[in-house]
Design a protein around this ligand. Structure first.
Ligand SMILES: [Zn+2]
Length: 402
């Protein structure tokens, strides 16, 4: 079965835009794009006039086990393993419908994200491709400890990393600093040390896996970067020295701008714990400035929301992309951050992340061009994953052939 969608505007994912072009899909794979696709015949031809096609989006920082309620840590504490698994599924479906065909899940109690990933991979249910960390690794009493694996010292962290890899993690999540949501913990204070994180990074590299550090304060960010971490999550307090260090190490920043945005928007009146609101308000402007400095300096940026944190619900990836634009990033670069850059970060760019011949047919049709209107990311017409239409708006496109 060959499907052709013609007369569309296309963002390839690596910075290129094409007008009035086509994409042809055969089975699970992109058979052709551009002029080659224009010439090809197909079993079904759809007129995509007025639509914009982009690669399937990647949200590189989600918590499928949390719904975006005002106190998600309490939600996790109250869930049984089965309820948590159902929650993962419901939230992942919201992601998929919004055009997110791949998620990187950073921290699930009982490694439920890894089982959930397997259930999708094995065809038990449909959902986005999940890259999971299982339980995050934290120092004793560190950020998120009630649902993470506590480990101390180089040997302890090395052993915990090996255990997590043995459980099947795609990525090792480390807590390099305190965080907003854990009471009594300062976002600025370092937690796992450089040496501890280096032990984890070494083990992950030996297994061909990547690493991510929750890192908000400057000292902790620097520890993680020097330890060789793949991605810095949040990166709230970035100074020039830290940015230089990130460029030198080719470290990727996943800014999660939506997370503090929603905490500040809803505040204590929204039921968010007072300690979390205070910390989010304190760092809100610094976070924005840090993102802008990193952008101007040319730090590699990949998109992630921290979905699951207060009022930061799954299926609202558009908000993160809107904030990136509001803070000065160009639309084509935003699309790259949410597609090709994300795929490179996960070492999966040979098969996904751009609209190119031979890659997996993961793509999204939007009703509008995001360069004309940034809220186009909210106007998802249809979502294709592996060549299968997994979501379509009621306003179906007519086939001109087939
Ligand atoms: Zn997070």
């Amino acid at each position: 079965m060959v499907l052709k969608i013609q007369n569309v505007t296309m963002y390839t994912g690596n910075g290129e835009k094409r007008l009035n072009t086509s994409i042809v899909v055969k089975g699970k794979t992109i058979l052709a794009t551009g002029e080659e696709a224009d010439r090809l015949e197909a079993d079904t031809v759809i007129d995509g006039s007025g639509k914009t096609v982009i690669p399937g989006l990647f949200d590189l920082h989600v918590h499928l086990g949390m719904d975006g309620v005002s106190d998600p840590f309490a939600q996790v504490a109250g869930d049984s393993p089965a309820i948590s698994a159902y929650r993962h599924h419901v939230n992942a479906q919201k992601q998929l419908k919004s055009g997110v065909t791949s998620v990187r899940n950073l921290g699930s109690k009982w490694h439920i994200d890894l089982d959930y990933r397997n259930s999708i991979r094995d065809g038990l249910m449909s959902g986005p491709t999940v890259y999971g960390s299982g339980q995050a690794l934290v120092m004793t009493g560190g950020h998120g400890y009630p649902f993470s694996t506590e480990a101390d010292g180089e040997d302890g962290v090395r052993k915990a990393t090996r255990d997590t890899l043995k459980a099947g993690a795609d990525v090792i999540k480390l807590m390099a600093t305190g965080g907003v949501m854990t009471p009594g913990v300062d976002p600025g204070s370092p937690q796992l040390s450089e040496k501890e994180m280096r032990a984890a990074v070494e083990e992950a590299l030996h297994a061909g896996k990547t690493t991510a550090a929750h890192a908000q304060g400057t000292a902790g960010i620097q520890n993680a970067v020097r330890a060789g971490i793949t991605t810095i999550e949040h990166g709230i307090f970035l100074d020039d020295e830290t940015i230089d260090l990130m460029i030198k190490h080719d470290t990727v920043l996943v800014p999660t701008l939506a997370a503090p945005y929603y905490i500040v928007q809803h505040g204590e009146s929204g039921g968010i714990p007072a300690h979390a609101v205070k910390k989010a308000v304190d760092c809100f402007h610094t976070h924005r400035e840090s993102f802008q400095k990193a952008l101007a300096a040319g730090v590699r940026i990949a998109a992630g929301t921290d979905a699951g944190t207060p009022f930061n619900v799954h299926g609202d990836f558009a908000k993160e992309l809107e904030l990136m634009q509001e803070y000065g990033m160009k639309v084509r670069d935003i699309i790259a951050a949410a597609t090709s850059q994300a795929a490179k970060t996960l070492n999966v760019d040979r098969t996904v992340g751009t609209l190119e011949k031979g890659k997996s047919a993961d793509f999204v049709l939007l009703d509008e061009d995001p360069e004309s209107n940034i809220s186009a990311f909210r106007q998802v017409h249809s979502v294709f994953k592996g060549g299968i239409c997994v979501h379509e708006s009621a306003n179906k496109l007519e086939a001109v052939v087939g």
